[in-house]
Design a protein around this ligand. Structure first.
Ligand SMILES: NC(=O)c1ccc[n+]([C@@H]2O[C@H](COP(=O)([O-])OP(=O)(O)OC[C@H]3O[C@@H](n4cnc5c(N)ncnc54)[C@H](O)[C@@H]3O)[C@@H](O)[C@H]2O)c1
Length: 162
């Protein structure tokens, strides 16, 4: 595994690059958060490939977890889908020890990241990018957003991942 450290003072984080890292997601998150609940946000194209391995890794590390499986595509970066994530977080009594995990491409990373930036005024956020664009671009830098119906990325925040 290679690690790239992003130095941002108290918001610094590490990027882990390597094969098979998904299986250590739970133990990595457990060390970082000590938390008990993880909401995994993913989409219908990604979930069949990586959803179960992600769940197993989190459960093995002691997390309670849910998966919010969104339709694939840019239209998922909407206030409507954001609201469905807030509903789930409220239902589960998620708090600042909970973590939101984005398992997908840039659409899922931006949506899940904005949910994490705004729910309870900010909860921890972790990125598991599954497209090349999301690996090298959108998962790095902390820009998160949903689209306004008339303006892309217009409702957003800066929220660095763990
Ligand atoms: N936050 C930022 O700094 C930043 C930077 C660049 C782009 N973006 C945003 O990223 C989005 C585009 O991201 P994207 O190109 O990753 O698109 P995407 O997230 O829509 O993914 C593209 C397609 O690939 C599928 N997919 C994802 N991973 C897969 C896998 N491993 N195997 C098979 N299919 C897979 C998805 O279901 C989707 O249908 C845009 O909304 C853009 O605004 C954000």
């Amino acid at each position: 595994m290679s690690t790239v450290s992003v130095q941002l003072g108290p918001r610094s984080y590490d990027i882990h690059v390597g094969r098979g890292l998904l299986d250590s997601l739970g133990s990595t998150l457990s060390k970082l958060t000590g938390g008990r609940y993880a909401l995994v946000v993913t989409d219908e194209s990604v979930a069949p490939h990586y959803g179960e391995r992600t769940r197993e890794s989190l459960v093995h590390a002691g997390f309670q977890t849910d998966q919010a499986v969104m339709p694939p595509g840019e239209s998922t970066k909407s206030l409507e889908h954001l609201s469905s994530l807030f509903d789930l977080l409220v239902d589960r009594h998620a708090d600042r020890r909970s973590v939101v995990v984005a398992l997908g491409g840039g659409v899922i990373g931006d949506l899940a990241g904005f949910a994490a930036a705004t729910y309870a005024r900010g909860v921890p956020f972790f990125q598991v990018p599954t497209t090349l664009l999301s690996m090298v671009d959108s998962s790095v830098g902390g820009k998160v957003a949903v689209d306004h119906p008339r303006a892309k990325n217009m409702i957003g925040a800066f929220h660095q991942p763990l």
